[in-house]
Design a protein around this ligand. Structure first.
Ligand code: FES
Ligand SMILES: [Fe+2]
Length: 426
């Protein structure tokens, strides 16, 4: 795509410590840039392994104008392919999820096996070489059952650092041995970066999230001691240390890692204490599923949180897991997909009630969606101008926008080289 000098100026003149200029949230041209650079050249979180538990299970994920099929192959590997037939380009899968023996194009029935190999087609002549027409693969990264994809030819190599660091944190929750209890898609009426910025702070929690704050301390989400709350923050930090020692005795990692900017594959993690019973992100902070995950025996393990740039966050408790994936639909609409997981042998109605598992985050998502929509409407005003981040509560928001601008700056020269005189209408 061609990048206008106006956009280049917006990127290079970004004012640190402030929200972005309005075009970053509203411009279709910048959204195209986001799809190409941010979502096209970085690792993005799209699924959990239990969504494709058996060979032939697939899900379809649309990333801007690109569509990707993520499938479990016959050897139980997770594979991803562009959802584009190598004959005349028809999409192979229309449904968001399903189960197949092979991937058969509905147009002329070209058939691909689950490794993407073209195995059947008619009327192409004796000189036709099937090997030249396999499905185009998409890179897959798997962190203890969290499935990431990267659409770039050469994905950022530092994904491996994140994987190595995070696997020991996540592994005890045994995500691959879970089942999806329920999944919910919300279309938010706002730009995807407003969804992410909103996620990266808890400044808004007291005024907006009564259900979430039944179990969660807001101080674990980027708070620094300020004149208003220094004592409470210190109390929380003391609790983090004492609970961390208790969890360490059970072999669980809890120390904070914050690499939310400065690298292509950026993330943060920490196991955080929860309030009251300290067991789970539920209305009474007690477990919502009696069958604990993996080999865990203690209920009060707090919540292991894992945040990634550009598009995900996750909470791992002793009894259930919640994952969130954010994908832009266009400049003004965002898909937020939330997935709740429990032990695969847990029985609904006996070990857990779906309502108790989901009620906190369903309410919180709805509240957040309203905040995103309201902010998006405000940013549209002629009178919007970038506002200052709180140094005491919005450090992680700033890291998100810093990372975003850093990545555009890092990739912008590659964009210049792909300038094409042909305009494609999508
Ligand atoms: S476009 Fe797929 S078989 Fe023809
Ligand atoms: Fe929120």
């Amino acid at each position: 795509m061609n990048i206008s000098s106006e956009i280049r100026n917006l990127i290079s003149n970004r004012r640190k410590g402030y929200t972005l200029e309005a075009p970053f949230y509203l411009s279709p041209e910048i959204n195209t840039l986001d799809i190409e650079v941010i979502f096209g050249r970085h690792w993005i979180f799209v699924a959990v392994e239990p969504e494709i538990a058996e060979p032939g299970d697939y899900i379809k994920v649309d990333v801007g104008h690109n569509s990707v099929i993520i499938v479990r192959d016959d050897d139980m590997n997770v594979k991803a392919f562009h959802n584009v037939c190598r004959h005349r380009g028809s999409q192979l899968c229309d449904d968001a999820k399903g189960s197949v023996g092979n991937l058969v194009c509905p147009y002329h029935q070209w058939t691909y096996d689950l490794s993407g190999k073209l195995i059947y087609n008619e009327h192409m002549g004796v000189d036709f070489d099937k090997n030249d027409h396999n499905l185009k693969p998409v890179h897959v990264g798997n962190i203890a059952g969290l499935v990431f994809i990267c659409l770039a030819d050469e994905p950022p190599a530092d994904f491996d650092n994140m994987r190595k660091a995070m696997e020991p944190y996540i592994a005890p929750h045994r995500l691959a041995d879970c089942k999806v209890a329920i999944q919910e898609d919300i279309i938010e009426n706002g730009n995807w970066k407003l969804t992410m910025e909103n996620n990266r702070e808890c400044y808004h929690c007291i005024a907006n999230h009564p259900e979430l704050l039944n179990s969660m301390y807001e101080f674990g989400f980027g708070y620094q001691p300020s004149p208003e709350n220094a004592e409470k923050v210190q109390e929380f930090r003391d609790l983090v240390v004492s609970e961390g020692n208790r969890w360490a005795a059970c072999g669980l990692l809890s120390a904070e890692i914050d690499l939310l900017d400065g690298c292509a594959t950026a993330y943060r993690t920490q196991r955080l204490p929860l309030e009251k019973a300290g067991e789970s992100q539920t209305m009474d902070s007690k477990v919502a599923c009696q069958k604990l995950l993996g080999d865990l025996t203690l209920r009060n393990l707090g919540g292991l949180s894992f945040w990634t740039q550009p598009n995900s966050w996750h909470h791992f408790m002793s009894d259930h897991i919640v994952t969130f994936s954010v994908l832009p639909i266009d400049a003004e609409h965002t898909l937020l997909r939330t997935t709740w997981l429990v032990h695969k042998d847990a029985v609904e109605g006996m070990d857990y009630e779906t309502k108790k598992i989901t009620e906190v985050w369903k309410a919180t998502n709805k509240q957040d969606s309203t905040l995103v929509e309201r902010t998006h409407r405000g940013v549209k005003s002629d009178q919007y101008e970038p506002g200052p981040y709180s140094p005491y509560t919005e450090e992680l928001v700033e890291k998100f926008t810093n990372w975003y601008i850093q990545r555009l700056e890092a990739e912008i020269d590659n964009i210049k080289s792909s300038v094409t005189p042909i305009k494609i209408c999508r």
